[in-house]
Structures are given as structure tokens and as C-alpha cells.
Write a protein that binds this ligand. Structure first.
Ligand code: UDP
Length: 329
């Protein structure tokens, strides 16, 4: 049976596809290539199309024996989501509704979902546990929470079992050097720092230094993208062995401020990396750090690439080898 990976040509999706390839799984990929890259797909059968296209999804499910879906396809930028909420409700929420309905029609009852720490909003407790309050501070997190809730009711009504993985901050690149992070426009901290190290940008803008943290900049929990990818494979295993629906945080449990990340990148790259303090970015919580105890105990997940130096080092290797990112078709 095949695993369908939606958004499998994107950053985290392509690393999950790589992990499935390493396991010898049969893989089907759906991606509309709005953000994804053909060259990021290291294996499996790629269908280019959109989840909101019912006939297209009928073809994908009709031509393949799919027993499980890993669902990445979504817009995922906090800043953009605050300016264009409609885009996020349409692609993320309506796109997931279309996918779940087609899964139901085609008798596919397992889904692993790419969720986010942004579902929590400003945390009440640090580190954050899965049972903590969810009160998103941005549209992106709100739509991901809506997608999780939708899956819950499809489980109740139709027995579609889900594992929702709430990631903290994905970074890094695959050990093979073949795939890495390339968004356009790029908005994420680590790749922007590395583009600055490469001389492609004059400086990195620090969005706010007046947060209630030690150095005033936001604190995040950075996790290697290949560790995230491994968790998806374990989540598929859980569902295939009859496991119930569940929600898990995925993070390292250690927070780094924006200034600390820049300092570590300066050490890793040996480059200057000028930084300029600017205004806060709308929708950013001050601190997001995960407790991933549940994923460790219930999924058997063991992140192995924990050191931020190594995470940034793997990203730096990819950026140096691919200064312009993937080929843009
Ligand atoms: N950030 C920043 N400058 C940038 C990009 C990001 O200061 O050019 C900050 C951002 O405000 C947040 C952290 O870095 O506090 C991580 O942001 P990113 O967009 O990488 O991930 P997010 O936490 O939004 O998922």
C-alpha cells in the first residue's frame, strides 16, 4: 500500500518523502508546486495539482492503492496570514476539507497532519504540553487548529484516525545534501541569516527586541527537519498498527532567542552577519518551547540531530552548495 504525501515537494514534505524512500515505502505525492520544487522530490510518483480539485484527487486515489496520507500541503507564513487571512482559510481549511471528503469516499482512514506550535498562541506554560490552552495569535495558527478540529469530527463520524504533529521551528537540511530549505519569498529566520552570511542580503532584521525575554528577542525551539520527518514515519506506523488519534508536539525542549541564533550562525559560518533591530512582526508570540515527552513515550520518537550548531551547519552546507536554491521552472 502507498503513502500519499500532500505538499511532498515542499520543505518539510520533501524531507518526509526522503525518510519514506529510505524505508522502501511506496509513495505518491501531490503538490501544486506553488511553493514546492520538483527537484526536492527524491522518490515516489508526483502528481501536480491542487487538493481543492475533486476530479484531480479522484484520479490520484483511483490510480493508486493508498492506505495512509501525510498532509503537509498548506500555506504556512505567520506574517502573510495576518495580511491575507482568506488565502489561509481557502487553501488550508477548505483544502483539508476537500482532502478528508475524498479520503472518506475512497475508504482511506489514516492521516498524519502537519500542525504547528502556532495553535497555542501565547503560551500559559513553558514548555508547552499538548493539553495546554490553544488560543492562536495569528491566522496561520487558527487555520491549523481548525484543520485539527475538522479531523476530530471526521474521526467521530467516519473513523478517519489522525495523528497531528505540532512542530516548533523546523530548520536544517538533509544529510545527503540533496534537499534543503528554499521558500520564495523567504521569511524564515535561519535561511535569511544564511543568505545574509552568503552576502545575498545586507543584514538580518530582528523583529522586535522589546519582548519579555532575557535579551528582548523572541525565543523559539529549533528542531532538525529530518527529526521531524522521522516522526511522520513513526506516526504512520502508529496508525497502521491500529493506534488511536493523537496530537503530539515535536521540538527539542530548548529555546534560543533570535539574537542567540544569529550568534551561533556567526560561529558556524565564520561570517559577519550584520543585524538590525526593527519593529515587531504581527502575530509573533514571545516564547514557544515544546515538551515532546508524549511523542517520545507514545511514538518512540528520538530526535538525534539536537544541537543548534549542527542544525544550522547542515543548512549552511546546503545554502553554500545551492546559493540560488532549487532550479526554478
Ligand atoms: N525573525 C526575525 N527576522 C526575520 C525572520 C524571523 O527576527 O527575518 C524572527 C521571528 O519574528 C520569530 C523567529 O525569528 O520570532 C522565528 O521566525 P520564523 O519566521 O523563522 O518562524 P515562526 O516562528 O514564525 O514559525
Amino acid at each position: 500500500m502507498a503513502v500519499l504525501v500532500t505538499g511532498g515537494a515542499g520543505y518539510i514534505g520533501s524531507h518526509a518523502v526522503a525518510a519514506l524512500v529510505e524505508r522502501g515505502e511506496e509513495i505518491v505525492i501531490v503538490d501544486n508546486l506553488q511553493q514546492g520544487h520538483r527537484d526536492a522530490v527524491l522518490g515516489g510518483k508526483l502528481y501536480v495539482g491542487d487538493l481543492r480539485d475533486g476530479e484531480f484527487l479522484d484520479t490520484v486515489f483511483g490510480e493508486n492503492s493508498i492506505d495512509a496520507v501525510i498532509h503537509f500541503a498548506a500555506n504556512s507564513l505567520v506574517g502573510e496570514s495576518m495580511k491575507d487571512p482568506g488565502k489561509y482559510y481557502h487553501n488550508n481549511v477548505y483544502g483539508t476539507l476537500c482532502l478528508l471528503e475524498k479520503m472518506n469516499q475512497h475508504g482511506v482512514k489514516k492521516i498524519v497532519f502537519s500542525s504547528t506550535a502556532a495553535t497555542y498562541g501565547e503560551p500559559e506554560n513553558v514548555p508547552i504540553h499538548e493539553h495546554d490552552r490553544t488560543l492562536p495569535t495569528n491566522t496561520y495558527g487558527e487555520t491549523k487548529l481548525a484543520m485539527e478540529k475538522m479531523m476530530k469530527w471526521f474521526d467521530v463520524a467516519s473513523g478517519i484516525k489522525y495523528v497531528s504533529l505540532r512542530y516548533f521551528n523546523a530548520a536544517g537540511a538533509h544529510a545527503s545534501g540533496k534537499i534543503g530549505e528554499d521558500h520564495s519569498p523567504e521569511t524564515h529566520l535561519v535561511p535569511i541569516i544564511l543568505q545574509t552570511a552568503l552576502g545575498q542580503r545586507s543584514h538580518i532584521s530582528i523583529f522586535g527586541d522589546d519582548y519579555p525575554t532575557e535579551d528582548g528577542t523572541c525565543i523559539r525551539d529549533y528542531i532538525h527537519v529530518s527529526d521531524l520527518a522521522d516522526a511522520h514515519v513513526l506516526a504512520v506506523d502508529r496508525l497502521r498498527s491500529g493506534g488511536d488519534s493523537a496530537i503530539y508536539n515535536l521540538g527539542n525542549g530548548t529555546g534560543f532567542s533570535v539574537k542567540q541564533v544569529i550568534d551561533i550562525a556567526r560561529q558556524v559560518t565564520g561570517r559577519d552577519i550584520p543585524a538590525v533591530i526593527e519593529a515587531r512582526r504581527a502575530g509573533d508570540p514571545a516564547v514557544l518551547v515544546a515538551s515532546s515527552d508524549l511523542a517520545r513515550s507514545e511514538l518512540g520518537w528520538k530526535p538525534t540531530r539536537n544541537k543548534l550548531e549542527d542544525i544550522i551547519g547542515s543548512a549552511w552546507a546546503w545554502h553554500q552548495a545551492n546559493p540560488a536554491g532549487y532550479n526554478k521552472q
